[in-house]
Every structure is written in C-alpha cells, then in structure tokens.
Design a protein around this ligand. Structure first.
Ligand code: URA
Length: 211
C-alpha cells in the first residue's frame, strides 16, 4: 500500500494475533501474547541497527564477529495500551531506554491533547521506536510523533499491532519520513473510530477494565 508500511506476516505473529482478536481470550493471555508478538515485531523494527565487529576468543580460536555498533535505542509507549508492547521489546533489547507519552482527546476541539511526556534527554542520539497496538484514526500517533520530533528525535519509527488503512494514510501524510511496522492491515474504521475486524479496545483488553 505504501512504501513506508511493513506488514510482518511471520506465521507465529499471525497465529498469536488471531488468538488476540478472539473476544473469548482472557486478560492474562492477551497480555502474554501481546508481549510475545512485540518481541517478534521488534526484530523487524530493529533490523537496520548497524553492526560493527569485535574480536573475541571462542573456546577454540580467536576471531572477529558481528557486534552492535553504538546506536542507542529508545522505545516510547503511547499510554496506556502502548505499555503492552514494551515488555516484549525490553526482552529483546534490555538496555533500551523507555519514554512515555500520554494523549487524550479534547472533547471540545476533538484534537489529541498531551497530558504526560517523559523521554530521555538525548533523544536525538537514539533510534526511537514509538509503540501503540492500534493505528486507528492516527490522531494520537500523529501528535506523538510531532512531540518526539519537537524533542529532537531524528530517527523515528512507529510499531503497532493492527492498522486501519485510513490511519496509515493519515499518519503517512503527516509524517512521510516515519516508517510504520504492523502485524496486520485491517479493513476499515467504524463510525466511532474502532478498527474492523480489529480486536476491540486494546487498553481495556490488556488491563481488564471492561467486561
Ligand atoms: N483503539 C483501540 O484500542 N481499538 C481500536 O479498534 C481503535 C482504537
């Protein structure tokens, strides 16, 4: 669909996502599967990290081997559902820094409004991967990417779980330089901004806040 969109169709991701979509999947399982999927999605999101080399001794001989070169990472969770993707990413890169952005909808202007922001000081020196399970209208992710760029982020990606075509288009018109990595591109948004077929409200399903 778009040059900046990667759909990760690894069979394990697709299998786990199907279980996530089921309305019968309980909270604990939902949380665990989201963590597992984010680990695999994270492999794709970090696949362009630069490798240098390092000399080491194996038990048998000395040799030069690939080793990550200085590029530092920061994962940024868009609250609250983004938190469901952070643990899997930290399983993958335990030394990464983590930032948080809280956005809510202003009911008068209908615009995304920031209520919380905390990231490491050296954002410009890091590869920044912003995460939110659902790319729906993109109002929140567009505002979050703008806030991160205003704070110095130069290398920015957006990793989500399920995207709507309308959201991908809106996000790319606002931030054509920010690649989007997702596990699925679903059919459409409904009239209240939920993704169809989707998986429902990711935050509620993750934290069990609605029956
Ligand atoms: N946010 C969600 O949690 N689910 C959707 O379908 C859309 C936005």
């Amino acid at each position: 669909m778009s040059l900046g969109l990667t759909i990760v169709d690894h069979p394990l991701i697709q299998h786990k996502l199907t279980i996530l979509r089921s309305k019968d999947t309980p909270t604990a399982k939902f949380r665990q599967l989201l963590r597992e999927i984010s680990f695999i999605l994270g492999c794709e999101a970090t696949k362009d990290l630069t490798l240098g080399s390092i000399e080491i001794e194996t038990p048998l001989e000395t040799g030069s081997f690939p080793y990550l070169e200085g590029k530092k990472l920061c994962f940024v969770s868009i609250l609250r559902a983004g938190n469901g993707l952070i643990d899997g990413l930290l399983d993958l890169v335990p030394s990464a820094r983590v930032g948080h952005i809280g956005m809510r909808r202003n009911h008068e202007t209908l615009e995304a409004e920031q209520y919380y922001y905390k990231t490491p000081d050296d954002l410009g020196a890091r590869q920044v991967i912003m995460v939110d399970p659902m790319l729906a209208t993109a109002n929140t992710s567009i505002a979050a990417a703008t806030a991160l760029k205003n704070d110095g982020a130069q290398q920015l990606k957006f990793m989500c779980l399920v995207a709507a075509p309308e959201g991908v288009e809106a996000f790319h018109s606002a931030h054509p330089d920010v690649p989007v990595i997702t596990a699925a591109l679903d059919r459409q948004l409904n009239d209240v901004g939920y993704i169809l077929p989707g998986l429902g409200d990711a935050g509620d399903r993750l934290y069990g806040t609605k029956d």
